[in-house]
Design a protein around this ligand. Structure first.
Ligand SMILES: [Zn+2]
Length: 316
């Protein structure tokens, strides 16, 4: 790109900056931010893919808060924008509302958040989306990648799992998406927990006690009000039960949300108590009340059981 001859020196400088900006823009895939890695500071970089703007927070919010408190870098990605997940509102207004909610939740947890502009209920495991996942993982320079298993009740969850698995080798392939350099080292890929049994049940390889951050996780979940007033208040998307505005009613709903969050994580700790005892020792393991569990995906880097314990915030 050559500047016109009539440009002054100031205009020349401006022209050069615009040319660089345009070049960078051309190299940046649509919908992706520019390079966000902050260099090698000795801290882990973790990226978590949830299908909707609440999945990462519910399944890994406590572990993320522990990682963040240790100075590690965590990013939650909602793969769809959640634009049909409410009883009374939908479309762009709901997508914007839910994006703002998880950004607030991320501030509470001390992490980053991004919501991809893909319609809720319409995620497909396409080549375009495979490239999207590969670019996001490379740009975050991830050491650990986490997502749903591909056997899950919701198609968006299933395909998030498929897309994560599809990326688990391709992130290292030089000439796949060459606009973002391939990773020197394949990350460790982990699955979020779920209760589905077929074709095989979730089997945790590592489990994290989150008792010390359970209030922080509940604070983060409280930010996701669209789901609290719609799905969680009724168990379906047919009615809205607005969050009360008076202090007493509001405090009561806040307690309900906290109890619901805690109950879910108590269920994880109870179900996988044997794994907790194996990792923490029986005295500590039996004392754990709330936990989040993760299963190692066999397609990425395979750390030993001892190394895996050092990668996740398992308190010693
Ligand atoms: Zn979901």
């Amino acid at each position: 790109m050559k500047p016109p001859k009539c440009f002054s020196r100031v205009s020349m400088a401006l022209f050069a900056r615009v040319a660089v900006a345009l070049t960078l823009l051309a190299l940046t895939p649509v919908g992706l931010k520019a390079q966000t890695t902050s260099g090698d500071d000795g801290k882990l970089r973790i990226i978590v893919f949830g299908a909707h703007p609440d999945d990462c927070e519910l399944k890994a919010g406590g572990t993320a808060a522990l990682w963040a408190a240790q100075g590690h870098h965590v990013k939650f990605v909602s793969v769809t924008n959640g634009d049909i997940g409410h009883a009374e509102m939908s479309g762009g207004a709901l997508a914007q509302r839910r994006t703002a909610e998880v950004q607030e939740a991320a501030k509470v947890l001390g992490i980053e958040s991004e919501v991809l502009d893909i319609h809720d209920g319409e995620l497909m495991p396409t080549l375009e989306n495979r490239k999207l996942f590969v670019r996001l993982i490379r740009q975050w320079n991830a050491d650990i990648v986490i997502g749903h298993r591909p056997n899950d009740y919701h198609p968006d969850h299933r395909y998030t799992g498929v897309l994560m698995q599809d990326a688990a080798f391709m992130v290292t392939v030089k000439f796949f998406c060459p606009d973002v350099p391939q990773m020197a080292k394949n990350p460790v890929f982990l699955y979020l927990s779920d209760g589905f049994q077929k074709p095989n049940p979730f089997t945790p390889d590592v489990i994290v006690a989150i008792d010390q951050v359970v209030e922080k996780k509940a604070d983060a979940i409280w930010k996701i009000q669209s789901q609290i007033e719609s799905l969680w208040a009724t168990g379906n998307f047919e009615n809205v039960v607005p969050v009360p505005t008076d202090p007493e009613g509001r405090a009561q709903r806040r307690r309900q949300v906290r109890e619901r969050t805690v109950r879910r994580d108590e269920g994880v700790a109870t179900k996988y108590r044997a794994k907790l005892n194996e990792l923490y020792g029986s005295e500590k393991g039996n004392a754990v009340q709330c936990a989040e569990a993760f299963e190692l995906c066999e397609y990425g880097r395979q750390p030993s059981a001892d190394e895996l314990k050092t990668l996740v915030p398992v308190a010693q």
